[in-house]
Each structure stands twice: as C-alpha cells, then as structure tokens.
Design a binder for this molecule. Structure first.
Ligand code: PNS
Length: 160
C-alpha cells in the first residue's frame, strides 16, 4: 500500500491545504495529515482544535476519499513520524517559486536523514495559491471575512 504523510502546522487549515490533501489522496492509497505539535511555533489554535477542524473540513468537502485520510498530531522529526506510520512519501504543497527554496532544502535534508522516504510536491491550485495561514489569521483577528479562504469548519473555529 502506498502511504504518504502530509506534515504541517495547519493553523488553521486553508483551502490550499485541502486541495493538496485531496490531490494526494488521488495518488496515494493512504494519506496521513500530520499536525505538528511544536508549541514553539505558538499556534493560535491548540492541537486538538486543529485536528478536529481538519477532520471536519475533510469529511465536509472531500467526499468518499475521506475514508483513506487520517489526521493525527506529531512531535519531533517529520521523517521519524513518517517511519513510525510506514509512510514512504512526504507530501508538500508549492504555491509559488518563493516556497521552493525552503522546501527544496527540507526535502534534501529529510532525504539525508531518511533515504527511504521521498518528498513529492503538488502545485497548489491557482485559485488558492495566494493563501497563507498567517495572513488569514491576521485578517480574522481584524474581523475581516475569511469565508472564501478557509473551509467552513475552520471559519467556525476562528469565529469561536
Ligand atoms: O505548515 P508548515 O509550518 O510550513 O510545516 C513545516 C513542517 C511542519 C513541515 C516542518 O517545520 C517540519 O517538518 N517540522 C518538524 C521537525 C523537522 O522534521 N525538522 C526538520 C525538517 S528538514
């Protein structure tokens, strides 16, 4: 079975993330969305809220393929978590050339740490390529409308 890990902060999940999750599930039999615990990143949403929001977004928006997608928190190295769950691939999204440099460095570093785990990239759909969780958080903090940027589950969570 081909299994992939899609790691990230998902603080909160955006339509860009959801697009990558859905497309990864079109390629891999099992996809695990790995939510980084790392409290040093000082997330706006706690781990449980991020996981719950992602699960709702997936079941609301992705239909039947949701059955092949898991969501779980992890701490430590991404490659160690990939090994632990038996994922042979790490999935990441690329929105623009500006993402490429850091993603290239992470992919090479992860491959050095775990040569058996390869990284694959999906180009985020054009209509979502402008989205970033940080900007969305800022807009929401000032009371702006983020309903076209986030799945309904994430909009509800931010409002709460
Ligand atoms: O959504 P993000 O914040 O862009 O995701 C970044 C993430 C979680 C993929 C990256 O920070 C990560 O892999 N962190 C776990 C620690 C680790 O493995 N570091 C080495 C990466 S080369």
């Amino acid at each position: 079975m081909t299994s992939a890990l899609y790691p990230g902060s998902f603080d909160p999940i955006t339509f860009g993330h959801l697009d990558v999750i859905g497309r990864a599930a079109g390629v891999f039999e099992r996809v695990t969305v790995g939510v980084l615990i790392n409290p040093r990143k000082n997330p706006m949403l706690n781990l449980e809220d991020r996981i719950d929001t992602i699960r709702h977004a997936i079941s609301d928006e992705l239909g039947d393929i949701a059955q092949r997608i898991d969501v779980a928190g992890f701490d430590g190295l991404t490659v160690e978590y990939a090994r632990q769950i038996g994922a042979g691939f790490i999935v990441r999204g690329l929105r623009a050339v500006s993402d490429f440099e850091i993603e290239l460095q992470m992919a090479h570093t992860n491959r050095k740490l775990a040569p058996e785990v390869d990284t694959v990239f999906f180009m985020t759909a054009l209509e979502h390529a402008y989205l970033s969780s940080s900007l969305v958080k800022e807009i929401a903090a000032f009371g702006g409308d983020v309903s076209r940027m986030l799945p309904a589950a994430a909009v509800r969570r931010l409002r709460a």
